[in-house]
Design a protein around this ligand. Structure first.
Ligand SMILES: [Mn+2]
Length: 324
């Protein structure tokens, strides 16, 4: 008997081998896994003589300029003809189709056959073929298997792209999603010339001046609830303005607060519009489910990462931070 994944893989192999025109896209606000997976697949299929157009709806962060072929990734709106003429649309690392950011481009056109390659557990399997493996560290790890299956030799370029995806999504091999398989693949990629030194140094350069200024303010304000083990902080609209920062610059703070040894959960409150406060909850503990905590406040999410939204403002009254 073949498993579901094996059947999908065999169908995938057949389709990739027999088709000629591919359009490959990752998610908006691209990260190292999305870009690494897009490029590795693009290089491998090009080696097989295919015509491949890699795309991304948002600009790539400059730190990924070092990735082989990164300059050939196009804005989908600049290559609509390629999307129309593609036999196959491959969407990588997108937990939902919406995240590819191309819905507005294909509203009147029939979609090419869609292949969904991803590792997010809540992926609703929106493709014609879905290679969704939620136990894998990264989409790049799944792409490694596909390239092996296609019998394309993994050279330095492909190896660097795949390793970049694994490195970023495992948070440099620190997350519990780092499996024996992840490390076996990593070892193979290194033996094929993947540039780990470059990957490490480029991925360290992921904070702007605005981000660090905002983190400074936010970190100076942290509090610990001893009884619940919650480390929390708050960010106001004024803070964002002062640092010339955006909400995106807050990304990573919740995880960073969990560096405190006895922290059970972190909470970052941030003012959004005039009368809205968002709460972001993160935990590193397997036995804590922050989505339940978020649900008591009308929110939701995953076991280890969840959020909620409440009305109010964050104010400092007599040196104490309060929600008013
Ligand atoms: Mn990913």
């Amino acid at each position: 008997m073949f498993s579901k994944v094996e059947i999908q893989r065999n169908r995938l192999k057949y389709l990739l081998k027999k088709s000629d025109n591919f359009f490959i896209i990752g998610h908006v606000k691209p990260d190292g896994d999305s870009i690494g997976s897009t490029l590795a697949l693009t290089i491998a299929l090009t080696r097989l003589g295919k015509n491949v157009t890699p795309a991304c709806a948002d600009k790539l962060p400059n730190r990924y300029d070092f990735l082989p072929q990164s300059q050939i990734i196009k804005k989908p709106s600049d290559v609509t003809a390629a999307l129309t003429s593609a036999n196959i649309l491959i969407v990588v690392d997108c937990g939902s189709f919406h995240l590819a950011g191309i819905e507005n481009l294909q509203s009147n056109r029939p979609l090419p056959l869609l292949i969904n390659i991803d590792h997010h557990h809540d992926n609703p399997r929106y493709g014609t073929i879905n290679l969704v493996e939620d136990k894998r560290s990264s989409t790049a790890e799944i792409v490694y298997d596909i390239i092996k299956m296609l019998e394309v030799e993994i050279d330095e370029q492909i190896a660097t792209c795949i390793l970049n995806g694994i490195f970023v999504d495992t948070d440099s091999f620190k997350n519990p999603n780092t499996s024996i398989k992840t490390l076996r693949i990593t070892s193979d990629l290194l033996s094929r010339g993947a540039d780990l030194a470059q990957i490490t140094s480029s991925n360290l350069k992921d904070k702007s001046l605005s981000t660090l200024k905002l983190w400074g303010i936010t970190l100076a304000r942290i509090k610990k609830n001893k009884r619940l083990g919650i480390i929390s902080t708050a960010v106001t609209n004024k803070d964002l303005k002062r640092c010339n920062a955006t909400y995106d610059d807050l990304e990573g703070i919740s995880n960073f607060l969990n560096s405190v040894p006895d922290a059970k959960t972190s909470l970052v409150l941030s003012e959004r519009s005039d009368n809205e406060i968002k709460g972001s909850l993160r935990t590193l503990h397997d036995n804590i489910d922050v989505s339940k905590l978020a649900a008591t406040l009308g929110g939701g999410g995953h076991k280890k990462a969840a959020g909620f939204s409440i009305s109010g403002r964050i104010a400092n009254e007599g040196g104490k931070w309060r929600i008013v």
